[in-house]
Design a protein around this ligand. Sequence first.
Ligand SMILES: [Zn+2]
Length: 420
Amino acid sequence: MDATRMCALLVGLPEVTIVDVIDHDNYLLVTITTPGPASACCGVVHRHGIREVVLVDLNSFGRSTRLAWRKQRWRCTACGRTWSDENGEIGSPRCALTTRAARWATVQVGQRGRAVSDVASDLGCGWHCVMDAVVAVGEQLVDDPDRFNMVNALGLDETLFARVRPFRQQCWSTQIVDVRRGQLLDVVPGRSSTEPCRWLAARTDAWKASIDWATLDLSTSYRNVFDTMLPRATQVADPFHVVRLANTALDECRHRVQNQTVSHRGRRHDPLYRAQRRLTIARERLSDDQHEKILGLLRCGDPHQEVWFAWNAKEVVRQIYDHTDPDLAVEWVAAISRDFVDREMLFEVRRLGRTIAKWARQICAWHRSRVTNRPTEAINNLVKRVKRVAFGLTNFRHYRVRCLLYAGKPNWDLLPTIQP
Ligand SMILES: [Zn+2]
């Protein structure tokens, strides 16, 4: 077997001729050419010079590798059109990586969730080379129209995706989730109703008609999205957010009583400060000792039993989700809406009661739909992992493509057909 053929086998690209292999200090430089004018033209086609592009390739035998592609330029004598050799399987214009390296980098960053800097150092190239390739390949994977099919329960959830200088201003994004399958459908910028509405408007009517349940946190903007775009779907308030609201009311009450009784923020030996963690634990998960401890701490730090009251209110709200019978749940929520807003009640509890009354329909709908927020939570964890690996992302486009590759269940079987 001749040497050129052996080289070609090692390089493993279709229809290329290996011209040269040079050992540089940091990398191996493999020079290749591709055969003949791929396309004919109206007249006689002549050679019109050579242009060499250098691409980052997969490592060979543990060494960084560069592929120098000597592209022949061609010119038609009749019309004067010029063009160069192209082969999408080797590399694409505007991508610094070879096609196979770009696909590999997309798997590493998108599927395995590795850091871009990590992959870049493996290949011996810059961060931007890798990220641009991941975007070029990844966007085709995540924008594949068959990535998700009909959805029965759609959820919207806000997430903080970045804090940007100079004032660490918060940048929000909205996750659109299939809450039954636990698939991240898309990520859109902002947490207002504008972008989710635009996203839903781009879907087909049949797709929108298949949605029976629409889950949301207790935010008016998402309610507007569903009211305008999915009027047929039943809105469901996310249990996690309802319970969190009750915990916030308890927290605010504790802060207020703390300030009124000792007139400073909580310190290590203050009874209310010491009760802080235990108060958020669910009642049924408290041991008898812990329960006694809370009561003791509240006796010391809560002279008018206000925190004790807010704590019980929180537990009453949590009990909404103990009910298995939808009708009983409706009664329970109605009782909360009625009792909590009583004049005698604490300010924090009254406010909690008003919010629950406002969202009563959505809160009770959960008992019929049984769409849990657990898939959304799981997706949030995946997204958090993406953010942690990247040490924070500030570019929304990069953020979207990385989240969707990691949590959006793209069809990875399509990868061999995708060129950057
Ligand atoms: Zn021509």
